[in-house]
Design a protein around this ligand. Structure first.
Ligand SMILES: *Cc1c(COP(=O)(O)O)cnc(C)c1O
Length: 383
């Protein structure tokens, strides 16, 4: 492997990625090299990552359980903190049971590859999250992708499939576009063609539905209609980790079969304790969802007034399509100079020619901060 030319090539294409080192907690304002930046790129939609009660629960958890879990769940790493969180997540999602995974990426790899094998077929939206795509590839099933949200194409693919085992996999809220998958249509197609449906609601939980119950709640789809849900804890929950929720049999099957569940160290129990507290706040604080709704409306109205074209999103993910990668990076840099942090998302995270500024909103943003973003965008658009 010749690293240097490969890196040069990336740089020339405006696709080079690098990290900024922040010196403060995750919040709507972060410290970067002596400057305060207004943060519009976090997935901490509800502002729970640094909530004092969540922090206190984490500290108490560490005092009680120490830090490391010591082993995988099936060896000796499954504590009552994990167990209690699984029960709380089952109740929250209205599913029989929930199973904790160490990350969302691992949950998706482990669930998809446990559900289908070489003889099956996986159907995926082209814009699905990388972890869902990778899970599909890992399963070695036939891999069929359809154009974003194109139910006619999905139907055609399902119709012509000759595989007994069919699994349809989708983001609930698309992570880079912010739109919601047409789940009721997907449920009917799955019933019609005898396919299973797996929904990854990483960006829906906490934000959509009653008490933040996510897409399933938003569309009123019970376990019978929507039997397999993935959620991640690093976004609206403000902590870390992930879970799968579903039937008793599904969860028992995953415990036996899911390699990324079996062969990895359990989350620190203190993370589970912190998440129990964040789950309570997430459910109880309807004002956070109300606040987000208000901010989303204010942002969309303000952006339209500036002639900025928005995508069809009613969630806190409000991308601005730029197209060219170098141009998106330059806009992000110009915003940064004004003290506003909005990530430029470029291929391969998004399709070629679809680079964008991915604006994300938090319930903790003030109207004034949002207006500063709009001012900044107006400036960044025109150099
Ligand atoms: C962030 C994300 C994941 C990965 O979750 P992690 O816990 O960060 O590994 C999976 N799916 C979707 C849709 C995501 O946005």
């Amino acid at each position: 492997m010749r690293f240097k030319p490969a890196l040069e090539e990336r740089r020339k294409a405006g696709l080079y990625r690098s990290r900024k080192v922040i010196q403060s907690p995750q919040a709507v304002e972060v410290d970067l090299d002596g400057r305060k930046l207004l943060n519009f790129c976090s997935n901490d939609y509800l502002g729970l990552a640094n909530h004092p009660e969540v922090v206190a629960a984490f500290q108490e958890g560490a005092a009680r359980y120490g830090v490391g879990s010591g082993s995988a769940h099936l060896v000796c790493g499954h504590s009552d903190a994990h167990h209690e969180l699984e029960e709380a997540l089952a109740k929250f999602t209205g599913r029989d049971r929930a199973l904790l995974f160490s990350t969302g990426y691992m949950a998706n790899m482990g669930v998809i590859s446990a559900l289908v094998g070489r003889n099956g077929e996986v159907f995926e939206d082209r814009l699905n999250h990388a972890s869902l795509i990778d899970g599909g590839l890992l399963s070695r099933a036939k891999f069929s992708r359809y154009r974003h949200a194109d139910m006619a194409q999905l139907e055609a693919l399902l119709q012509k499939s000759d595989r007994e085992e069919k699994l349809l996999v989708t983001d609930g809220v698309f992570s880079m576009d912010g739109d919601i998958a047409p789940l009721p249509e997907m449920v009917s197609l799955c019933e019609q063609f005898g396919a299973q449906l797996l929904v990854d609601d990483a960006h829906g939980f906490g934000v959509l539905g009653e008490q933040g119950g996510g897409c399933a709640s938003h569309f009123n789809l019970t376990q019978k209609k929507l039997p397999m849900l993935v959620g991640t804890l690093g976004k609206s929950f403000g902590t870390f980790g992930a879970f799968v929720a579903g039937s008793e049999e599904l969860i028992e099957y995953l415990i036996q079969q899911s390699r990324s569940y079996i062969y990895t160290t359990a989350l620190p129990p203190a993370v589970a304790e912190a998440t129990l507290t964040s789950l309570k706040i997430l459910q109880a604080d309807d004002w956070r969802r109300e606040r987000l709704k208000k901010l989303i409306g204010r942002f969309r109205l303000g952006a339209r007034r500036l002639g900025i074209e928005l995508m069809a999103s009613e969630t806190p993910i409000q991308p601005i399509l730029v197209g060219d990668s170098a141009k998106a990076s330059a806009m992000s840099e110009r915003l940064l100079k004004r003290g506003i942090w909005v990530g430029a998302i470029r291929p391969p995270t998004v399709p070629k020619g679809a680079a964008r500024l991915r604006v994300t909103l938090s319930a903790e943003h003030s109207d004034d901060q949002l207006d500063r973003l709009l001012d900044g965008l107006a400036g960044a658009m025109h150099g």
